[in-house]
Design a protein around this ligand. Sequence first.
Ligand code: PMT
Length: 400
Amino acid sequence: MELDGRRVALGVTGGIAAYKAAELTRLLVREGATVRVAMTAAAERFVTPATFQALSGNRVCADAWDADIGHGMAHIDFTRQADVLLVAPATANFLAKAAHGIADDLLSTLTLARACPLLVAPAMNRQMWNHPATRRNVATLTADGADILGPVSGAQACGETGEGRMLEAAEIVEEVIAHFQPKRLLGRKVLLTAGPTFEAIDPVRGITNLSSGKMGFAVARAAREAGAEVTLVCGPVALPVPRGVARVDVVSALEMRAAVMRHVAGRDVFIGVAAVADYRPETASEQKRKKDGNTFPAIELVENPDILAEVAALPRPPLCVGFAAETRNLAEYAEKKRRAKNIPLIVGNLIADGFGGDTNTLALFDDDGRHDLPLAPKLDLARQLIARVASLLENPRASH
Ligand code: PMT
């Protein structure tokens, strides 16, 4: 569980999105967090405290004069026991009060009195969100160190469409998890590839492989959690992009190469997790190929460009990391690829361990030798890989 041992103080303010805070509470608890909820009076008009009490297993606080909490010091006691204060949904009114240090109810008071970081997930009508007063308040809160999560654009409860929709509960949980990860790549720019490529034979057929994209998406998420600005170029996969990661969809190796070359300038790191097809049909038939009943069709193949090797050969290349999936002789083949592509770090995995599943076993090969990462969820491994990448960035002598 990602939030084991973490204590989350959850503030719920009075917007229609308050109903999503119930699901948020459930998901936070499911990830192992201890959740204590504080509601404003307006929030209680949308959802009752009994809902949050049942989901969190803890008493809900709404009253600054609640005599049962912290010897009458509810505002101090509440956040003293929290690792983070998360306000979701956060109304325009709450943002205004928090930005100006107004403390006229329990939630605004404990926001002012807190010693822990503040995360807010705004939810409001698009005009309220775009109002200069709200813009100023958000800028003030950001300057004060608060993390503003969303909002996103979409259909709103008022019937309008625009920016102001609260993130989904699962997305907020992803942000809370990210909040607790060490910021090893703060200010760094990372470009990645993930998934398979699809090399067309005709309009309906092609050459591809079984990469699901899970490993690459996990590395993208880990890089973003570590504070990097991340762009993920991915082949055809059916996975939701991690929060905050810019996604570029491609199909073939040639498209992947073009997208990588378009985005590579100014990057600190390039990580090639994609299983790029080594070959493509020389020509893709515009019409569906038909059986003629007599001969087996031949497909002429030509070699695809090696994207990783091309990036590594740029005049001022980013730190380049490759992946190698093998059925045998992992160390030998991975090292061979590392040298051939002239890259400082390659990540070896066995095809039986890595393709398709949620877990993997990795071996990192660099100038310091081999470092094994035992079987674990792909996200855990991705975080360990990112830690290694960060240390190579800090110590360029160890990289090429
Ligand atoms: O997507 P999943 O189901 O989670 O599976 C993950 C994975 C097994 C696909 C992943 O962990 C992995 O190992 N990816 C690399 C697969 C591989 O063996 O690639 P390769 O040996 O063909 O290439 C070596 C490196 O060069 C890779 O970084 C690859 O992205 C890069 N390459 C290869 C060929 C090419 N034309 N261009 C490239 O950039």
